[in-house]
Design a binder for this molecule. Structure first.
Ligand SMILES: [Zn+2]
Length: 246
């Protein structure tokens, strides 16, 4: 005898997408004629797939939830110096000029003073690209290299990922009080040179000028200069450029 307490409650599953019941697609019957058995079945991707692809790309991009909120819309332009507005325009045009597959064919560099919104603008580009289902890999320079150094076994894999990503975003390139080591220069060169040769786009923010980058390594600086020729803003000037201090 089955006691009443053992009754199984029918499972009510909640689907995120009620159209495909989270199968991400469905089978559609295409009739060939009036004969009910004369049909072909084809698989159709569900509309929800696009959204899921963007979500997966966002997850693998390493962009933090806080940075996922950075858009062009919430970037304050008003009352900011003309150079900051130039940086906004460069970033905005960069997204406007994507190719028909929503991939940028050039690179962009926002260089100069901290607190100008360089990271915000490059995040806005990244978030835009991911929403259009283009892969972006975010690499915060200081934390990224600390992580690599603490786990050197991962070095090859990490460098390979950074070479291959559809779009690579290096934030705060060559930041740090200490002199850049040969090890770091070697890795950055391997990434930049590969992407330069393969014509793969990079988004770069740095407090260094192109000359400053060249001082550290001419091969890296000159390649970045060439890759970012059409979208490069040098935010030079006084403390008035620093939004955080206003
Ligand atoms: Zn669906």
């Amino acid at each position: 005898m089955i006691s009443s307490t053992n009754k199984t409650v029918p499972e009510v599953r909640e689907y995120r997408c009620n159209i495909c019941k989270d199968e991400e697609g469905y089978i559609e019957r295409l009739k060939n004629s009036d004969d009910p058995f004369d049909y072909v079945e084809i698989w159709r991707d569900c509309e929800c797939v696009k959204e899921r692809v963007s979500e997966r790309l966002m997850k693998s991009s390493k962009i933090t939830p806080e940075f996922q909120k950075k858009t062009f819309g919430n970037f304050t332009q008003e009352g900011r110096p003309p150079l900051v507005q130039d940086a906004y325009k460069a970033a905005y045009n960069y997204v406007r000029d994507l190719d028909d597959k929503n991939v940028p064919n050039k690179s962009i560099a926002l260089l100069g003073r901290p607190g100008c919104g360089k990271t915000h603008l490059l995040m806005a580009i990244s978030n835009n690209l991911i929403a259009k289902r283009t892969q972006v890999l975010y690499f915060p320079f200081v934390e990224g290299f600390n992580e690599i150094k603490s786990n050197l076994d991962s070095l090859e894999t990490r460098i390979h990922q950074m070479q291959q990503a559809q779009v690579l975003y290096i934030d705060d390139l060559f930041k740090g009080r200490k002199e850049v080591t040969d090890f770091v220069i070697e890795q950055v060169f391997a990434i930049i040179n590969y992407r330069y040769l393969e014509k793969k786009p990079v988004l770069i923010s740095s407090e260094k000028t192109i000359a400053g980058l060249c001082e550290i390594d001419e091969g890296i600086g000159s390649r970045i200069n060439e890759m970012c020729r059409d979208y490069k803003v040098m935010l030079q000037g006084g403390i008035e450029l620093n939004y955080r201090l206003q």
